[in-house]
Each structure stands twice: as structure tokens, then as C-alpha cells.
Design a protein around this ligand. Structure first.
Ligand SMILES: Cc1cc2nc3c(=O)[nH]c(=O)nc-3n(C[C@H](O)[C@H](O)[C@H](O)COP(=O)(O)OP(=O)(O)OC[C@H]3O[C@@H](n4cnc5c(N)ncnc54)[C@H](O)[C@@H]3O)c2cc1C
Length: 827
């Protein structure tokens, strides 16, 4: 078939019969994936584009490229992109318009400034320089700015705007230069699995591929359905307007910096001699949701109708901030489809449940993220794992409760909070009650304030009847602090009950189950009748997953893991299953519910409720038994994430209420009381227990994560063994530590992975806080951190930067603040 000439005069290749990788979609992201695959030496790759390159969302994007972003993963992605874009033109010999103007971000309040300081501290760890600027400095950088009511701002010297079409063509050229092929006007219309390959149907013929990538932008859900996958994607209408030339700008010989006013929720930048204003408005509009508003078969190079009414407030606000804006008429409005996932972050990674298929789609900021996303996905395909942990963008983070209604509700909420501050523990209201256990009503009656965990509603805390229940509203200690403290102390003195339904569970059986599992995990499996923590490492020895293994027989295990880990761990286990049928994995997540009873009176309570001996000899720590409470048989496992004596009770979902009622009745003489997830988090910090994807990530190896005692080099084989052994012999670079901040009234780094602060050792940046909060039983502000091993060994003075304030910190030997000998757990 003859090739077609593209805009640059290059000839499109004829469609080949096979390719190692087929990337579907030729926007900025698809072209970046292709470029990076080719750059890593995989040149037998083909990109198929339905229309012309850039014809989706890319052609009309404003092209802003910030480094600032509140997520560690996204900052890595964006800062890689901006560094690449600065040299891309030269690398591929395709000059581009990339104006690195710098950008100012305005703060209207102390809290906004704290957010800036936090992001600045995060950026410093990866070489991204952001600086605080005063009102006078902002005025010097941006003479037309009204500053009288501002708290100050932040300066990103490497922010700017790029021409998105040129960027895409440059990436495409770079890919072609290295031998990859691009075929335009070639929509994928059907997908079949043939043996170990994918067969993709197009009007130009069928192409077979070992790997495929869905990079179809706002059409990602349509393409996903061909693979039997429901991609969580909703198209929202995002608008910007461009003004006529403004005399003051024409007179300048330097382009103005970009301006973002996150508190008013808009960006404003110079476009030629005019201004370009783009708000994230409160009442945004979703499109293409149902039969009344179907997605057209082709929307290439098209826009929605203008809808400036929605933006009125923002235009007025921006005109007051930069009065020259109000002096010019509007020449153009761009209202285009911007795809959103429920949390506003893209999908970059394996397509859940589908072999050898990947996603790089649903990008809200796909221009600035294309570079880093392309590299990340190419690494994943070529090397099987990535240098940096990418859970924040992993498609498997959204599980079975995420349907179109949920995605739409969350996407609209996220859009209108695009510039909002993500305070630790904040839970926004949309998309709630996706999964309720039968106990929900009982807990609501008991006054629970709920949070969402992998879609499941769990009690976060139990406010008094007249208490203030608003969501988190600052980085400061929150209004629930005292109530959570009371819950922790009650658990420590008496006994508490917490429903933990939502654990992901996999039953592993078959004649080869024991041997197979032993080769998957880094450490030992528990003996029959016992339970234990098991860790799954990557071939490079990085931490992939942590599960609790309960062993019923030599070849019969129940693996339990977090609610959010469901699809990640399911795919991890299935991807390693042997072909010989000797191991079977059953996903039993939906069948079972869990209640935790814990505290010094838990043994007496359980003895009363189940009529059995529960002392340390009869029912030792880390053992399990089948017991009966209220006429219901269940699995009781002696373990407690709270670090007190306790049991997890696992029963059929239908029996949950019966068991709960029986436990509460038996617990009344022992002063049983409810506690919530916030108290559990405080207590696990005191015990030094780590949390998956907050403290335990694939950024670090097992040894760097302080999990050396779960690595058994005496085993002949396990995944990651060679890498870990080499690292063990050479010495590992980082250590996992626990710190106590010297000021007990300041829990600055409060919260989990979202909250990362620099750890300074002897004045040098040495690592980062991965999780922190207040330990109510020990009365201390605790921070867990991963730091440079040599630096910490020599450290005289350790401090943590808390929202721009330097706080002295004390290293806790052994990392456990509460009951380091585990005597309470085992009692
Ligand atoms: C008004 C507006 C302003 C924006 N401003 C910015 C900004 O300043 N900075 C920023 O970073 N982002 C911005 N964005 C977002 C940005 O436009 C997108 O995130 C980005 O373009 C997404 O790129 P993509 O490659 O993922 O998708 P797209 O550009 O949509 O590309 C997907 C491609 O897949 C093709 N395709 C679909 N289905 C098939 C199929 N079955 N077979 C073959 N091909 C198929 C489509 O034709 C399309 O070309 C803005 C968006 C809007 C609406």
C-alpha cells in the first residue's frame, strides 16, 4: 500500500503485518511513547492514528508546562518532560516554539504559602528549584500585577509554554529517525487475541503485535472496550480565551511570565501580544455521557461551542488582578475536550486484567506530562519495571467500584478543585458510598464519620454528637485530634472494635501452591496454623507488594492485602502463575468481611464471646483458628496493626452483623468502644508498621525499606534474589528510619504519601518523609523517612522541614516507639 505524505513532507509507512509494539493514538502522549520506545532500542514499533497527528486534544492545548505539582510522581514526570523539551528540538532536529518564561503562583493565604513551601521542599529533592517571592518581587517580575491583597507567591524559573503540535511532530520525527513507523488515517476498529499476540483490525489491514498501548486520549474508553476494559474516562469541556493585542505587551521586548492564581482558579499567560486566560470553573460541563449526547465518530480538530457565561466570575477576577486584561477584546475562545479520570491523574501502566496491553491515556495535562509519561511506559514495556514508583498513575488504582457515574462525579469534583490544596486526610464528598458493608447502618448509628478506602466506607473516627465534622481544612492539627487521641487511649487501656471490610483476598491452592509461593516471596512462608507477612519483590529487588499469608495446609493459603491493592495484587499473582495447572488462585475478596478487636481486654472478650482459651499459650500471636461467635464460624487471626493484643475476625459478609452484635454484647463488660482508621494510622506509626504505597514503594529495594529480615538468602530461588544479594554484598544506599520531631505540638508532616518533606541531615538534604502523624499513646510527633545511609550513620543533627519551618528531630533506635518488645501484642 502506498504511503501518504504528512504535514512535514515525510511519507507515512505502509502498514506492516507485525510489530513488537503498536501504539494507538497520535497525540503528544502516543508520540512520546513511540519516541521513547525507539530511543530505548525498540524500533520495531508502529503508531496508528485515526486521523492526523495532534487531531485529538493536543492541537488546541494552551501548552503550559509547569514543574509545580503536589504529587511526587507527577513532579518527576513533569520535570523530566520540561528538561527533555528544552533540548528536544536539537536532539531531533526540529526547531520548536518553547518559551521558558518562568511562572508566578499567587498565594492569598498562609495555608497556600505553606502548600508552596511543601512543594518547594519536595522539588528540591529532585533538583526542581522553586522559590518563594514577595509581593514586591512579583511586581518586578510582572509589572501589571495587582498585589495589595496577596500573601506572596512562588516563582518557577523553568515554567513556560510550548507549541503542542510542534512538540508532537518533534517526538514523531525523533521516533521516525530511529526507525519507528507512524501510520495516519488508520483507526483501530477491532482487537482480538490470537495466541500470545494481539491482532488489530484497521481499514488499511490487520497488524499483529506482542504489546499494545492505548494512547487514544478522550477516546480511551471507546478503545478500551475493544479489550473488554472499562477505562475510567470522562470528557470535560475546558475553555480558554485569547485577547486582542494589548499595547503594553506590544511595547515590551520580553514575554511576561505565566501567572497562576490557584485561589481564584485560573492561569493567565501572554499569547503573542495578547493574553490567554484559562479558568478551572466550579460548574464545569461533562460531555458524551449518554445517548442524548453521544460521542461523534470523529471529532478530529473540532471544538465545543463557546460558553463564556460559565467563566464570567473568573474573567472579572482576573481583570481586577491584571487590569490590562480588561482593556482588550476577546478574539478567540477555545473550548475543547479534556479527559479526566476520577482523581485527575492519567493512566500510565498495565491495562488491568489484560495481558501485554498498556495504557497511556486520559491526560488532563498531557502536554507537560507527555515526555515523562512516554519514558515511564517505555521503561515498563522494555524493562518490565520502572526506575520510579508509578502507583499514583497506575491504571490498577481504580477498581471495580469505578463506573461511569463514579468517574463523572469525581472528575467534575476534581476539575473544580484542580488548584485546591490537598490537605492530609482530606476526603471530598463526590462518589462516596460506592461500597457499604452490611454494618454501615450500625456504625452510622454509633456516630461514625466515614472515609473511603478502595471504595469501601470505613469509619474514620467517632465524633461526639455535637462535634464539628467538616473535612480537613488546613495543614494544621485537625478538629478530630482530641477525639482520635481518646480512641487510641481507650484501645490501649481497654478494647476497641474496628470494621476493616474491604481487604483483598486470594486463596492459593493446588499441589504446587507451597513451592510456587515460596519462590514468589522474599522471605519464609508461615508454618501450617500460623500467619506471617510476605513480601513480593521485583527482579531488581524493589518492593512490589506486602501481603498477610494465612496457611491452612501445606498447599493452602489465604493471602490478604489492602483494599486499594486489589487489582494490582491480583494481576501480580496471576502474571506469575505456572502454566502446568499446579496452582490455583481464587479471588475471594467479595465473600468475606473483617472486624478487628484489639486492646488488653481483647483476650477476655474473645474468651467470653467464643468460649475458648485465648491466653498466649492457647492462642499465640501470629496463629489462627476457626472459632464460633454468635453461632457463626469464622477465621480468627491473632494479629493487630494497632500494636495491642488483638484478633482479626474474618467471616462471611452475610454474617457480619450477627458477629458484630455478639462481639459488642460480649464486649460491654470489658468497655468495648469503637475506634476508626485515623486512630489505627496513629497507632501503626508508633509501632513502626509501614503502609503500602506510602512507605513501601518500588522506589526502594527491600533492604532500603528496612525489610531485610523478610529476605531469606538461604532460599535457592525467589524473584529479586540475585539483585538483593548483590546489593547486600555491595551495601545498600538508603535506610528506612523513624524520627520524633522535637516540638510535640507541631505535627507538620501530617498525613501519608501526599505529604512529603525534606529530611535534612547536618544541613544536607538526605531523604524524604514518607509518612507522618501524631502518636497519641506515646505523645509524640512521628515521621517515617527514607534517607541516605551514610549520612544518617554520621548524623549529628537531624531536622525535618515542616512547611518551610525547620524542626529538629530525634532518630528512634529500632524504629518502634510503642512496646518495642511486643509484650502487649503477645500478652
Ligand atoms: C482548552 C484546553 C487547554 C489545555 N491546555 C493544556 C496545557 O496548557 N498544558 C497541558 O499539559 N495540557 C493541556 N490540555 C490538555 C491536553 O490537551 C491533553 O492532556 C493532551 O493533549 C492529551 O494528549 P493525548 O496524546 O493523550 O491525547 P490526544 O491528543 O487526544 O490524542 C489521542 C489520539 O488518539 C487518536 N485515536 C483515538 N481513537 C483511536 C483509534 N481507535 N485508532 C487510532 N487512533 C485513535 C485520536 O485521533 C487522537 O489523535 C488542555 C486541554 C484543553 C481542552
Amino acid at each position: 500500500m502506498a504511503g501518504q505524505t504528512n504535514a512535514e513532507g515525510a511519507i507515512d509507512a505502509a502498514i506492516p503485518k507485525t510489530a513488537r509494539v503498536v501504539v494507538i493514538g497520535g497525540g503528544a502522549v502516543g508520540c512520546s511513547v513511540l519516541y521513547h520506545l525507539a530511543d530505548m532500542g525498540w524500533t520495531d514499533c508502529v503508531l496508528l492514528e485515526k486521523n492526523e497527528l495532534t487531531s485529538g486534544s493536543t492541537w488546541h492545548a494552551a501548552g503550559n508546562c509547569p514543574n509545580f505539582v503536589g504529587s511526587w510522581t507527577m513532579m518527576k514526570i513533569q520535570s523530566y518532560s520540561t528538561a527533555l523539551y528544552r533540548r528536544l528540538g536539537e536532539l531531533v532536529d526540529y526547531p520548536m516554539n518553547y518559551h521558558v518564561t518562568g511562572a508566578i503562583r499567587l498565594a492569598h493565604s498562609r495555608q497556600r504559602m505553606e502548600e508552596f513551601r511543601h512543594v518547594e521542599s519536595m522539588g528540591r529533592q529532585m533538583g526542581v528549584e522553586l522559590h518563594e517571592v514577595s509581593n514586591d518581587e512579583m511586581k518586578a517580575l510582572y509589572p501589571f500585577l495587582e498585589t495589595h491583597d496577596l500573601y506572596g507567591g512562588q516563582w518557577d524559573p523553568l515554567d513556560g509554554d510550548i507549541d503542542p503540535a510542534q512538540l508532537t511532530q518533534a517526538l514523531a520525527k525523533g521516533a521516525r529517525n530511529k526507525g519507528a513507523k507512524i501510520i495516519r488515517f488508520c483507526p483501530v476498529t477491532g482487537v482480538t487475541r490470537v495466541g500470545d499476540e494481539w491482532a488489530l483490525t484497521t481499514p488499511k489491514g490487520t497488524i499483529r503485535a506482542e504489546f499494545v498501548v492505548n494512547a487514544a486520549g478522550y477516546r480511551a474508553a471507546e478503545l478500551g472496550r475493544m479489550f473488554g476494559r472499562d477505562v475510567p474516562c470522562v470528557s470535560l469541556a475546558h475553555q480558554y480565551l485569547i485577547t486582542e493585542p494589548i499595547a503594553e505587551l506590544t511595547a515590551r521586548d520580553q514575554k511576561l511570565p505565566l501567572l497562576r492564581d490557584p485561589d481564584s482558579s485560573y492561569y493567565l499567560r501572554q499569547e503573542k501580544d495578547g493574553l490567554l486566560l484559562g479558568p478551572y470553573e466550579k460548574n464545569c460541563r461533562a460531555h458524551w455521557l449518554d445517548a442524548d449526547d453521544p460521542m461523534p465518530d470523529d471529532f478530529s480538530f473540532q471544538l465545543y461551542n463557546d460558553d463564556l457565561e460559565r467563566l464570567e466570575w473568573y474573567i472579572e477576577d482576573a481583570c481586577a488582578r491584571v487590569p490590562i486584561l480588561g482593556t482588550a477584546g476577546i478574539t478567540r475562545v477555545v473550548n475543547g475536550p479534556i479527559p479526566y479520570t476520577p482523581d485527575g491523574l492519567p493512566l500510565i501502566g498495565p491495562m488491568p486484567g489484560v495481558p501485554n496491553a498498556f495504557e497511556a491515556c486520559v491526560f488532563t495535562f498531557g502536554i507537560v506530562q507527555a515526555g515523562g509519561a512516554g519514558r515511564l511506559l517505555a521503561e515498563l514495556i522494555v524493562e518490565g519495571e520502572t526506575e520510579a514508583d508509578s502507583w499514583a498513575v497506575d491504571p490498577r488504582r481504580f477498581t471495580d467500584h469505578v463506573d461511569l457515574a463514579y468517574t463523572t462525579a469525581k472528575a467534575i469534583e476534581t476539575y473544580s478543585h484542580e488548584y485546591a490544596m490537598h490537605f492530609p486526610q482530606i476526603q471530598w464528598p463526590a462518589g462516596r458510598n460506592a461500597k457499604q458493608s452490611p454494618l454501615y447502618g450500625r456504625l452510622a448509628d454509633a456516630g461514625a464519620a466515614f472515609g473511603s478506602y478502595g471504595g469501601w466506607e470505613r469509619a474514620d473516627w467517632f465524633p461526639a454528637a455535637d462535634a464539628d465534622c467538616r473535612p480537613a481544612d488546613s495543614y494544621d492539627r485537625q478538629h478530630w485530634f482530641d477525639a482520635v487521641g481518646r480512641e487510641c487511649r481507650h484501645v490501649a487501656e481497654h478494647v476497641g472494635v474496628l470494621e476493616l471490610t474491604g481487604f483483598s483476598r486470594f486463596r492459593v491452592t493446588g499441589t504446587g501452591a507451597g513451592n510456587w509461593l515460596a519462590e514468589q516471596v522474599t522471605g519464609n512462608l508461615p508454618r501450617v496454623g500460623r500467619i506471617g507477612l510476605v513480601y513480593f519483590a521485583s527482579p531488581r529487588g524493589r518492593v512490589l507488594s506486602e501481603m498477610t499469608a494465612t496457611r491452612f495446609a501445606d498447599n493452602d493459603f489465604l493471602l490478604m492485602t489492602g483494599a486499594g491493592a486489589h487489582w494490582h495484587d491480583r494481576d501480580l499473582l496471576n502474571s506469575r502463575l505456572p502454566d502446568d495447572g499446579s496452582v490455583t488462585i481464587d479471588d475471594v475478596t467479595a465473600d468475606l468481611a473483617t472486624v478487628l478487636i484489639t486492646g488488653p481486654k481483647a483476650p477476655a472478650l474473645l474468651a467470653d464471646a467464643a468460649g475458648l482459651a485465648t491466653d498466649a499459650a492457647a492462642f499465640p500471636w501470629l496463629s489462627h483458628k476457626t472459632i464460633t461467635i454468635g453461632g457463626v464460624d469464622m477465621l480468627a487471626v491473632r494479629v493487630s496493626f494497632a500494636g495491642e493484643s488483638g484478633w482479626e475476625l474474618h467471616m462471611a459478609m452475610d454474617d457480619l452483623v450477627t458477629v458484630y452484635d455478639a462481639v459488642m454484647a460480649a464486649g460491654a463488660p470489658h468497655q468495648i468502644a469503637h475506634f476508626g482508621m485515623l486512630a489505627l494510622d496513629s497507632m501503626r506509626l508508633e509501632k513502626g508498621y509501614r503502609s503500602w504505597k506510602s512507605d513501601l514503594t518500588s522506589d526502594y529495594t527491600m533492604l532500603e525499606s528496612g525489610l531485610g529480615r523478610w529476605v531469606n538468602f538461604d532460599k535457592a530461588t525467589f524473584v529479586g534474589r540475585a539483585a538483593l544479594q548483590a546489593e547486600f554484598q555491595a551495601g545498600w544506599g538508603r535506610d528506612f528510619i523513624t524520627l520524633v520531631l522535637d516540638d510535640p505540638d507541631d505535627d507538620g508532616p501530617f498525613g501519608e504519601a501526599v505529604y512529603l518533606s525534606s529530611v535534612y541531615i547536618d544541613g544536607v538534604v538526605a531523604g524524604l518523609v514518607v509518612s507522618a502523624g501524631y502518636g497519641h499513646r506515646v505523645g509524640a510527633s512521628i515521621a517515617m523517612a527514607v534517607v541516605d545511609r551514610d549520612a544518617v550513620a554520621k548524623a549529628q543533627d537531624i531536622s525535618v522541614l515542616v512547611l518551610g519551618r525547620q524542626r529538629r528531630a530525634r532518630l528512634i533506635d529500632g524504629g518502634v516507639l510503642y512496646d518495642p518488645s511486643n509484650s502487649k501484642l503477645k500478652a
